[in-house]
Write a protein that binds this ligand. Structure first.
Ligand SMILES: Cc1ncc(COP(=O)(O)O)c(C=O)c1O
Length: 408
């Protein structure tokens, strides 16, 4: 069989699977070159693969950036959703003042790729990590760390002193917004921790970290609005309490894709940190929008491409299972092809998904390529080394998910 030049380049560039890490990186670099040269197409991509629709992604970035700008709120999108420096750079270009990172190691990757204004939204606990946090802050002085415990504040202060203490570490005080997960109780306990930070020489209060994950996914706009307005208003009240005591508390950072247009109405919220809006997922579609049962303020930009690898009458098996999609939601992926929209996908194990074709409005054959919307974007992205960025059927870029697996 003759291999065309385009086919060869495409296949070589896309074959990142089953290679050692250095070989995988080399294959990714090659894929990137082919994409940049305009020689890589959707049909060349080996499956399962993560795809990004660039038109939809860029529209999402612009939509959120201009919405927040028009409401005079800062934009510090959460990088835990994308884990990808190229996405971060696109957000910075659109006006993001910085980037949130869920974990220290994620922030380190972002910093290494030139992203600034980092806010680590979980506490950095333990000597080794605190040492690394101090180094990161020395390299990127605008980095902010989240704290919710006096002992951790003292440890950070001591580590910063041992590191020369040239500039105090910037800390956001994380408050517990009705979740009961992390964060100090709002009101007096938060004020006392702010006073401790204020009293120590090598740390400085940057603001409050206030994320209500329960509000983000509350179904029904009015219910979501009630919940988020209550929690963010209480956070804003705590910020005022701290400021009334004479301690500056410049930031109140929080919010999400689900609550962005609610939280901007709360006086005292200075910046928002939504993440999923860049991609969207089925989970967010289901929470209900302001004008209808489907939340579609942002476009679905992220899909997983699969291939039908087995077929018998009425059933097709695709090569995407637990390892191709996150499985943390009580529903499964959905095909983007309208003719397959009613076809149920069922988990078929680690490597497979089963399609019941009785509801298919077109023929499905062995080797067909089927794209799916993911149940939950963040953990799905974390399964892939790279995303193939498409403009129509042409792969315009291959972006490495450089902070994939950075969960320390
Ligand atoms: C602390 C924090 N802020 C912001 C977000 C962004 O939320 P979303 O991806 O729903 O926009 C998350 C998501 O889990 C988060 O943990």
């Amino acid at each position: 069989m003759q291999t065309t030049r385009r086919g060869f380049l495409g296949a070589a560039a896309a074959s990142t699977i089953a290679l050692s890490t250095p070989a995988r990186l080399a294959a990714l670099a090659q894929a990137r070159q082919s994409a940049e040269a305009g020689r890589l197409f959707r049909d060349d991509i080996l499956t399962p693969a993560l795809l990004l629709d660039l038109d939809a992604f860029e529209a999402n970035v612009q939509e959120m950036a201009s919405f927040l700008r028009s409401h005079q709120r800062g934009f510090r999108p959460h990088g835990k959703s994308h884990k990808c420096p190229e996405v971060g750079k696109a957000l910075a270009k659109a006006g993001a003042l910085g980037h949130c990172a869920a974990k220290l190691s994620e922030a380190e990757v972002f910093a290494a790729h030139g992203l600034g204004g980092l806010l680590v939204t979980t506490a950095v606990i333990g000597k080794a990590k605190i040492g690394r946090a101090v180094k990161l802050a020395a390299a990127r002085q605008d980095t902010i760390f989240s704290v919710d415990h006096a002992e951790n504040v003292r440890d950070l202060n001591a580590a910063a002193a041992a590191h020369g203490g040239r500039r105090p570490l910037r800390l956001n005080l994380a408050v517990d917004l009705l979740i009961g997960r992390t964060g100090i109780e709002m009101g007096q306990p938060a004020l006392e921790l702010a006073q401790l930070i204020d009293a120590l020489p090598n740390v400085r209060l940057a603001g409050l970290q206030a994320y209500d994950g329960g509000a983000s996914h509350t179904t029904g706009f009015e219910q979501r609005k009630a919940r988020s307005t209550e929690s963010m208003s209480r956070a804003a009240e705590t910020r005022r309490l701290i400021e009334r005591s004479g301690i500056e508390c410049p930031l109140l950072s929080g919010g999400s894709t689900g609550t962005y247009n609610i939280d901007v109405e709360v006086d005292g919220v200075t910046e928002l940190q939504p993440g999923s809006f860049v991609f969207m997922d089925l989970d967010y579609n289901r929470i209900g929008g302001q004008d209808g049962p489907v939340y579609d303020d942002f476009r679905s930009a992220l899909t997983v491409l699969t291939t039908v690898v087995s077929h018998r009458p009425g059933v097709a098996i695709v090569d995407g299972g637990f390892k191709a999609f996150s499985t943390d939601r009580p529903f499964t992926p959905r095909a983007t092809d309208p003719a397959l929209a009613e076809v149920p996908y069922a988990w078929g194990g680690d490597e497979h998904g089963r399609l019941d074709l009785s509801a298919a409005e077109r023929e499905v054959k062995l080797g067909d390529r089927i794209e799916f919307l993911v149940p939950h974007c963040d953990p799905s992205v974390n399964l892939y080394d790279a995303m193939y960025c498409l403009r129509g059927d042409r792969v315009e870029a291959v972006w490495r998910i450089a902070a994939r697996g950075m969960s320390q």
